[in-house]
Design a protein around this ligand. Structure first.
Ligand SMILES: [Zn+2]
Length: 97
């Protein structure tokens, strides 16, 4: 997979409002800490709200290891590799993490 900026932005979509994808996943990986774990290890969820209306708008998995909402479900149409985690980490957390 060619990891262009556009690809990394698309992949980022799988780590937010991903409760349904997580429920279809066996495993998941966090690109904040680089850990992979069983999808059912996720116990905490961020309740997202629509920015304009404040209405509930999906739930985002929090990493059971580091607590960041940077969890990529295995059911997403991507392959969870260390290379992908590194690319995502340097793109999204550059200078802040
Ligand atoms: Zn993590």
């Amino acid at each position: 997979m060619l990891l262009t900026q556009r690809t990394l932005q698309t992949i980022h979509g799988y780590c937010t409002r991903n409760r349904r994808l997580m429920e279809e996943s066996k495993t998941a990986g966090c690109f904040s800490c680089g850990e992979t774990f069983t999808a059912s290890d996720v116990r905490e969820w961020v309740r997202e709200r629509d920015a304009a209306t404040g209405a509930p708008n999906g739930e985002t998995a929090k990493c059971p290891r580091c607590g960041f909402g940077a969890v990529l479900p295995s059911a997403a149409p991507i392959t969870l590799t260390p290379e992908l985690f590194r690319a995502m980490q340097s793109f999204w957390f550059k200078g802040t993490h």
